[in-house]
Design a protein around this ligand. Structure first.
Ligand code: DX5
Ligand code: ZN
Length: 222
């Protein structure tokens, strides 16, 4: 059941699926979206390595879109200021990436740097893990694949986690967004929205579409 306070649907294409040799054109092609999702991987928290500050800096100069930095890196508190200073509007840190004390510190850093605060959950993490931070975050990111790569199959088991996260937020922080990331496409978007997700990250289903504006519209309205 949708709560009256539940935030509106936002679509966040992930530039992990863009062509980096023509990144500017690819950003133009998704300008009808709400947020640009920026996947940072360190080869340690996840097996893959992507991009970081220099790319963020260039993207920030190029677009006014809201930038959502999803940090799939160990001990993320070390880098919050860098990402904030170089253009991130929202930063997500994984609860599994450090001791809770340092996750709290990362959130404090975000507060100090005036960026929106988000915590991210790997599929193995229980919904209740958000409780220590629940009142102070602007967004909770529930992974619907194991983080590390684009183009993976949606994990059906995460629908229930989204439902549980939304129920906890409705109780303690109803304005908070619930973002989902991984395998979001025509066949999964409706179910996950119905469970309470309102920010939909989509890599391959947007950048792989013939008409990207159409794909964004479909994800928003389906
Ligand atoms: C995966 C990344 C995702 C990824 C999503 O670790 O966090 O943002 O780009 O890609 P798709 O939509 O292709 O599953
Ligand atoms: Zn992501």
């Amino acid at each position: 059941m949708e709560n009256a306070a539940t935030p509106r649907i936002k679509i966040a294409p992930s530039i992990l699926s863009a062509d980096f040799a023509r990144l500017g054109e690819d950003i133009d092609s998704i300008r009808t979206a709400d947020i640009l999702h920026f996947d940072v991987m360190d080869g340690s928290f996840v097996p893959n390595i992507t991009f970081g500050i220099p790319v963020l800096k260039s993207v920030r100069r190029y677009t006014d879109m809201k930038l959502d930095a999803h940090l799939m890196i160990d001990r993320p508190a070390r880098y919050i200021e860098d990402f904030a200073k170089n253009g991130a509007d929202i930063i997500s840190v994984h609860l599994e990436a450090d001791h809770p004390r340092f996750i709290a510190e990362a959130l404090k850093e975000m507060e100090r740097c005036h960026v929106q605060k988000a915590i991210a959950l790997r599929p193995i993490t229980r919904a209740e893990a958000i409780l220590p931070y629940i009142e102070e975050v602007d967004m909770v990111l529930v992974m619907t694949v194991e983080p590390g790569f684009g183009g993976q199959a949606f994990m059906e088991s995460q629908v229930e986690i989204v439902r549980q996260v939304r129920a906890l937020l409705d109780r303690y922080n109803p304005k908070c967004d619930v973002e989902v990331d991984g395998g979001i496409a025509r066949d999964t978007a409706h179910r996950i929205k119905e469970a309470g997700a309102n920010v939909l990250v989509a890599g391959s289903s947007v950048f792989g579409a013939q008409d990207r504006a159409d794909a964004i519209h479909m994800l928003r309205t389906i």
